[in-house]
Design a binder for this molecule. Structure first.
Ligand code: SAM
Length: 231
């Protein structure tokens, strides 16, 4: 399967393994990953955030319940909400999540947004688990036609050392552990290049006991709800 589908499947596998109840996808674009995740029975809250309202609206109606969802009500309740906003800004609607995914998002962030990202995602949102994927620039020479970046909107593409030192820094700062993996294995003989997509999986070291501490820090709403469905 194409790499983007492998990335979604990677998240789906993680969801099936850890059974998070509340999952948010930052930079959710046309909501393809959210649409896949709505079939995971463990999930009760699904949220998507993107800075581009139009791309979210393209196919968001796929997230609406189908007649069958009403005819055969399931045990679980599922709420799907889409927000228009930036990962460089905090909003209390992103508190209390078990898993937050950022698939091919960070390389689209401006320097000022990237600078705020760790504090917003790890410091403020502070979910139990975070998954971040981004291109591995060391793989680019193996891709036909790629000169500087894989996509003209990429603000940077990191090699393995750059990504890992950034991720280790963020993990150290906000009390997370981090493990590295990837998708799209290099061809035989080029193993040093690493995966085409690099992935870091962060886990919060200390469980949130009772109410999340950050709920005590009142924060104003900065995202706008553009879609909500309750199953
Ligand atoms: N995660 C999706 C996937 O894997 O198919 C889409 C990734 S797309 C390459 C990057 C997305 O990040 C775009 O939809 C873009 O609008 C969004 N984005 C860029 N900057 C953002 C920001 N500051 N806050 C939230 N989303 C942002």
């Amino acid at each position: 399967p194409p790499l983007y589908k492998q990335r979604y499947q990677f998240i789906k596998d993680l969801v099936n393994k850890y059974k998070p109840k509340k999952v948010a996808d930052l930079g959710c674009a046309d909501c393809s990953l959210l649409w896949m995740l709505k079939f995971c029975k463990c999930i009760e809250v699904l949220a998507g955030l993107d800075i581009c309202e139009n791309v979210m609206k393209e196919k968001m109606h796929r997230l609406s319940p189908l007649p069958g969802d009403y005819l055969q009500p399931s045990e679980r309740t599922l709420t799907v909400t889409l927000y228009h906003g930036s990962v460089a800004q905090k909003d209390p609607c992103m508190l209390g999540f078990d898993l937050i995914t950022c698939i091919e998002l960070i390389e689209h962030l401006e320097a000022t947004e990237l600078e705020k990202f760790p504090e917003v995602v790890f410091g403020f949102m502070a979910p139990a688990m975070v998954v971040i994927s981004t291109p591995n620039s060391e793989f680019n020479p193996l891709l036909p036609g790629v000169t500087l970046f894989r996509h003209p909107d990429h603000k940077f593409e990191w090699d393995q050392a750059q990504f890992q030192s950034w991720a280790l820094d963020a993990a150290g700062c906000y009390d997370y552990t981090v493990e590295f993996t990837g998708l799209g294995a290099p061809p035989p003989g080029a193993e040093d290049v690493g995966f085409c997509t690099q992935i870091s999986v962060f886990r919060r070291k200390y469980p949130n006991t009772g109410e999340p501490i950050n709920l005590e820090k009142p924060t104003e709403n900065s995202y706008r709800t553009i879609f909500k469905a309750v199953y």
